[in-house]
Design a protein around this ligand. Structure first.
Ligand code: PMV
Length: 355
């Protein structure tokens, strides 16, 4: 078969894409990265992945080929996940067979922080591939929904990172556009007090997480509470949407904490069960709940699939909450490490939209 003619034989694209934090958690999947339940999150600002992809036409090659560097170092353990992703998107990007890719990635947050680098990393790579596609074929750029669909094939939660601010992934009957294939933006519904939400990430344990989320998703397939969890996530999605629309921090926080604890309860009750929260995580929970009661301020927590707490609060309470963190929570953190993050502006094209 003769090789197609492309508009460029080599070039470079570069993107910066945020990680996101789920308030309603995606936990359990079927088929190719389709979720068992709807999930809802917001994209962060500070916690980002930057990826630069060099592409070069290579007449001699017959299959996918790429080099991957994290912070300038080749990391062989990352290759299988990237290769699986590239194979999944190959039908949309047949040029991948004729171009060698040199992928350089770096995260703005430490690898050990437990922040989902697969969400920002896979979404970033999906954007870079669509940028290359545009350069090679002259086709118009993919829209965010198409990029979200593609990012999902790399990592489920990545499909939410393509949007700035709030997004929803997974079929949710009360919202017609919501679907399992890609995430949709929720920003048009969000009350101003949730448009500047803060997320201070307390690194309570610096160890890498010992169980990958794909193992956790798999354990949901035969989980005794599977059906109850699906019903709970649907119910909680409705409650969070109501809270976001009306600016109800108390309802929002109640659901955020219940979701985080349910996620860990599902891990505890899997077979085999596993524990990701650490003693410091429990101490921090108690501290936050006491502070909330004493101060009357809307400060709530969530956790990802790891021991580190995300502290959620409105921008208006930043001064009081920062002093609380310095006074009571920092001492629980590994190396006193806290990342002061917030709802962010979403992906940035570093070649065409210099910031
Ligand atoms: O995208 P994955 O496969 O890494 O799964 C992410 C799962 C959670 O972070 C625990 C929850 C979520 O919705 O982001």
């Amino acid at each position: 078969m003769s090789k197609p003619i492309y508009q460029q034989t080599e070039g470079v694209v570069s993107r910066s894409v945020p990680s996101n934090i789920a308030i309603v958690k995606y936990w359990g999947k079927r088929d190719v990265q389709l979720p068992l339940n709807p999930s809802l999150s917001f994209s962060l600002e500070v916690s980002r992945t930057t990826t630069t992809v060099g592409f070069r036409f290579d007449d001699t090659k017959q299959d996918l080929s790429f080099d991957f560097f994290l912070d300038g170092i080749q990391i062989p353990s990352f290759r299988p996940k990237i290769e699986q992703f590239l194979r999944r998107v190959l039908p949309s990007f047949p040029w991948l067979e004729f171009f060698h890719l040199t992928i350089h990635s770096s995260n703005s947050f430490p690898h050990s922080s437990g922040i989902a680098s697969s969400a920002s990393g896979m979404a970033c790579l999906a954007f870079c591939l669509t940028d290359i596609e545009k350069r090679l074929t002259g086709n118009s750029a993919a829209d965010s929904e198409q990029v979200s669909c593609m990012a999902r094939l790399g990592s489920g939660s990545a499909c939410r990172s393509v949007w700035p601010g709030w997004s929803l992934w997974g079929a949710y009957p009360a919202m017609e556009r919501a679907n399992d294939e890609f995430a949709i933006s929720l920003n048009e519904y969000v009350h101003p007090s949730f448009q500047h939400i803060r997320d201070s990430i307390l690194i309570l344990d610096g160890d890498r997480k010992k169980i990958s989320s794909s193992v956790g998703h798999k354990l949901m397939t035969r989980h005794p509470y599977r059906e109850a969890r699906i019903a709970q996530a649907n119910h909680n999605t409705g409650r969070v949407i109501t809270a976001l629309k009306s600016g109800d921090w108390s309802l929002f926080g109640q659901v955020a904490e219940a979701e985080a604890l349910s996620l860990h309860a599902l891990m505890l009750s899997s077979e085999p069960g596993y524990v990701l929260l650490k003693p410091e995580s429990f101490q921090a929970i108690e501290c936050v709940r006491n502070f909330r009661q004493e101060s009357g301020l809307p400060v709530y927590f969530t956790f990802d699939a790891g021991p580190n707490m995300h502290l959620l609060y409105p921008a208006e309470t930043e001064k009081e909450v920062t002093s609380f963190i310095q006074r009571d929570l920092k001492q629980l953190c590994n190396g006193q490490s806290v990342i002061f993050d917030r709802l962010g502006i979403g992906p940035v094209d570093l070649i065409n939209e210099k910031v």
